[in-house]
Design a protein around this ligand. Sequence first.
Ligand SMILES: *[C@@H]1O[C@H](CO)[C@@H](O)[C@H](O)[C@H]1NC(C)=O
Ligand SMILES: *[C@@H]1O[C@H](CO)[C@@H](O)[C@H](O)[C@H]1NC(C)=O
Ligand SMILES: *[C@@H]1O[C@H](CO)[C@@H](O)[C@H](O)[C@H]1NC(C)=O
Ligand SMILES: *[C@@H]1O[C@H](CO)[C@@H](O)[C@H](O)[C@H]1NC(C)=O
Ligand SMILES: *[C@@H]1O[C@H](CO)[C@@H](O)[C@H](O)[C@H]1NC(C)=O
Ligand SMILES: *[C@@H]1O[C@H](CO)[C@@H](O)[C@H](O)[C@H]1NC(C)=O
Ligand SMILES: *[C@@H]1O[C@H](CO)[C@@H](O)[C@H](O)[C@H]1NC(C)=O
Ligand SMILES: *[C@@H]1O[C@H](CO)[C@@H](O)[C@H](O)[C@H]1NC(C)=O
Ligand SMILES: CC(=O)N[C@H]1CO[C@H](CO)[C@@H](O)[C@@H]1O
Length: 895
Amino acid sequence: MVSNFFKLMLVLSVLCLVISPSHSAVSSIDLGSEWLKVAVVNLKPGQSPISIAINEMSKRKSPGLVAFQSRSRLIGEEAAGLVARYPDKVYSHLRDILGKPYNYTRDFLDSMYLPFTILEDSRGAVHFKINDDAAIYSVEELLAMILGYAVNLAEFHSKVPVKDAVIAVPPYFGQAERRGLLQAAQLAGVNVLSLINEHSGAALQYGIDKDFSNGSRHVIFYDMGSSSTYAALVHYSSYTAKEYGKTVVVNQFQVKDVRWDPELGGQNMELRLVEYFADEFNKQVGKGVDVRESSKAMAKLKKQVKRTKEILSANTVAPISVESLYNDRDFRSTITREKFEELSEDLWEKSLIPLKEVLKHCDLKVDEIFAVELIGGGTRVPKLQAKLQEFLGRKDLDKHLDADEAIVLGAALHAANLSDGIKLNRKLGMVDGSSYGYVFELDGPDLVKDESTRQLLVQRMKKLPSKMFRSIIHKKDFEVSLAYENEDLLPPGVTSPIFAQYIVAGLTDANEKYSSRNLSAPIKTNLHFSLSRSGILSLDRAEAAIEISEWVEVPKKNLTLENSTTASLNIAVEADAKNASEESNDNLHADGGLSNTSNSNVDEQNTMDVGTERKLRKRTFRVPLKIVENTMGPGRSLSKESLAEARYKLEELDKKDAERRRTAELKNNLEGYVYANKEKVLESSEELGQISTGEERQSFNDKLDEVQEWLYTDGEDASATEFQERLDMLKDVGGPMFFRLKELTARPAAVENARRYLVELQQIVRGWKTNNSWLPEARIDEVLSDADMFKIWLDEKEAEQKRTSGFSTPAFTSEEVYNKVFSLQEKVSSINRIPKPKPKIERPMKNETESSGENVTPSNSTSEEYLNQSNQSSKDSDSSSNEQVDPEPKAHDEL
Ligand SMILES: *[C@@H]1O[C@H](CO)[C@@H](O)[C@H](O)[C@H]1NC(C)=O
Ligand SMILES: *[C@@H]1O[C@H](CO)[C@@H](O)[C@H](O)[C@H]1NC(C)=O
Ligand SMILES: *[C@@H]1O[C@H](CO)[C@@H](O)[C@H](O)[C@H]1NC(C)=O
Ligand SMILES: *[C@@H]1O[C@H](CO)[C@@H](O)[C@H](O)[C@H]1NC(C)=O
Ligand SMILES: *[C@@H]1O[C@H](CO)[C@@H](O)[C@H](O)[C@H]1NC(C)=O
Ligand SMILES: *[C@@H]1O[C@H](CO)[C@@H](O)[C@H](O)[C@H]1NC(C)=O
Ligand SMILES: *[C@@H]1O[C@H](CO)[C@@H](O)[C@H](O)[C@H]1NC(C)=O
Ligand SMILES: *[C@@H]1O[C@H](CO)[C@@H](O)[C@H](O)[C@H]1NC(C)=O
Ligand SMILES: CC(=O)N[C@H]1CO[C@H](CO)[C@@H](O)[C@@H]1O
């Protein structure tokens, strides 16, 4: 641990030197199924550039929980405190049920003893019914709250606004999960720079401080988290490149493969213990009692079992103890590590499978692997380590990374690399691949299904990001579905391989419109797909490509040029075609897109025209087609309306949270005021006697008592306004009294101060008169007269105060005195600032005139030059445009 920490510091200090300063902060979020970790890249001087954002309890990881309890929403640590008491109101494992069908989610939650009230939404996914206020929240909405919390932690930690983030996701996250997470982030107002697969985060953190120029290596990252396990094979290497004429070594890594078990993790072991202890408790109690019937009891048991499992990692026996587990009965027991390992017998073999698969598919032997780095909390279990050692035939396992934080720190590096404001000088190229292979399928009227209507679009591990392009020939509007390539390798819980459906519209129309033209090829439909950096596949654009042959009049060129002109015409057509595909509509409707291009090409070549001739020319038009997304099922994205509604709901909750915080603060203020002043009234009763009547004090004291009483009865759950009103009321009563008390000493002190200054002022003025003869007489007289008036005011007010009772409003205040002193001082210092006039330096007149003469000349000539120039340039452009006037007739398009 110590050495890990030291290493981390080392990396950070290296980064310190290489990140160029600027004022932005970006964050990374490792969203686990139980925990979330947040890192911040912040270039404030004096801070380490990449750091973990600790939460309000000073912890480096926060519970990924949202709770709704007595009309409040609580997130993170606040929610964690409620799990054992209100297991049905603290929502967890949201990451694992995002985009999943209802049935899967229900079974999953049941297996975890999570007693949430769930409903099936219109998509077939779940949403949650929150009992207290009958509100309903989607998984996306709850996740948005957690992501918002994460970004708040980042902002709180870095003290600057953080909007950009990279979010780490498990490799088996499918399309619905990735899209859903992006929507949740959008709802939370988080700008996701990219999602990153967890293994890439770890691989980045591993490689950032290493040099692979002496040899490439294969490293496997083995991660067992609380709900899933994966093994990723990563190849590190380096290449040399030229940079500013220098040869530099660039290190890089590529993810070769990743294999997973999405339903195997630390929590499976915990569940084995939970079942074991539940049985034992039932046996202890007898009488057919089943502790499983109480979700509260199960929540308590689960919480304690986590500790028991942790203890077993370092000990051979561990106790468990739960006070009042069920029906007021305590539960106490112990378990040996041996028993625990026996309970989880089948899990140990299972845990090796991802590792074995990744080796098999990459055709590598164990001894070709440089290191197998362990990350994730699950890898702390001794039996798992023993199994891995046995399989790998190694004595020592590689634990060079922080098992908890490697991913989030690596993701932060990625965020820094992607953000505009931050430059990482330490470079590490990263190539990750798609976790799944994808196909597209076409369907529609008159579409004969064959090998062309179902095609592989993305091969597994295809580089992220990528763009794909496919052409098909068809005459009518059709449907495109995107699906997982392999039905046996779907994301957990997903039942249908199809994850997106689109209708491509406008093709039928285009066919009708152009079929009468002299088509030189059948109308093609081009489909443009993209696989984003976040691993999301989508159909971005579709267009119909129409190739027409037509005769056009072109200017006859002189023979030697004819050949080249024709060639350039062809090039022009091609160029136009290419460009049209990159640009959108503008060019496509245009009658002129093509002719413009060809014209300008011809212009350059030829200025002498010898009449026109007819030529056969091929032209390609691209007509954009409309794409309507029509995805069905639980993976469907929230509609625009749902998003707007969700945003409104979240804003309302945020407002309520802010109000709750304000109320707590105002209550605290009121309590503080009552305590402090009750004490004051007691302690300074003598002084108070000088400035207040006994009646006044009694009345204030009574009011304090009254409010105190109220605070612990009706005021317990009062509103912010009620607290504020009472504080204002108390201040109205107590304020003048305490003010008089303060003035009792402050006023004489102020007067003394003022009189001392008035004496000092006389000295200053005397000094001016003798030493600073240049100071204007009038200003000095003004100060003196102000000082006299001030003195008279002081005398008058002091006399008035003597006549005034200490119990009533004072004749004057210390503040008034200080203000008058300040304004006098202000005047004095403004006189002090009047500079001594500089003795005039006598310059011979001749030289002065000479230099001013020099000045005039250039300014005169410059303006002349400028005029000349602009004249000339306008002439130039005239003549050139004359030359450019080209008699060649434009080709007419009758589109
Ligand atoms: C979900 O489960 C219910 C009963 O548990 C069953 O009737 C229904 O067919 C299931 N739906 C799907 C899509 O599997
Ligand atoms: C590369 O290897 C050589 C010899 O094995 C060693 O001297 C050198 O320090 C190494 N360089 C790096 C960057 O590791
Ligand atoms: C950083 O950005 C560069 C340039 O876009 C890219 O080549 C490289 O793979 C990125 N590396 C990481 C770790 O994101
Ligand atoms: C149609 O195109 C062909 C070549 O593709 C050409 O031979 C023919 O003359 C064209 N017909 C018309 C009417 O333009
Ligand atoms: C064709 O153009 C070239 C170059 O512009 C010129 O030298 C030549 O005289 C021209 N020939 C005729 C027949 O006009
Ligand atoms: C046109 O150029 C091609 C080769 O580019 C040549 O074979 C052909 O003879 C040329 N035709 C004329 C008319 O110059
Ligand atoms: C495409 O158009 C852009 C300007 O819009 C131009 O700079 C570029 O050269 C064109 N590309 C081709 C291949 O003609
Ligand atoms: C420019 O020079 C002429 C005499 O040469 C003078 O009359 C005129 O005022 C000058 N203009 C400026 C702007 O100095
Ligand atoms: C008296 C004086 O400073 N004369 C200077 C006037 O300017 C010329 C050149 O500009 C100098 O050479 C003289 O010394």
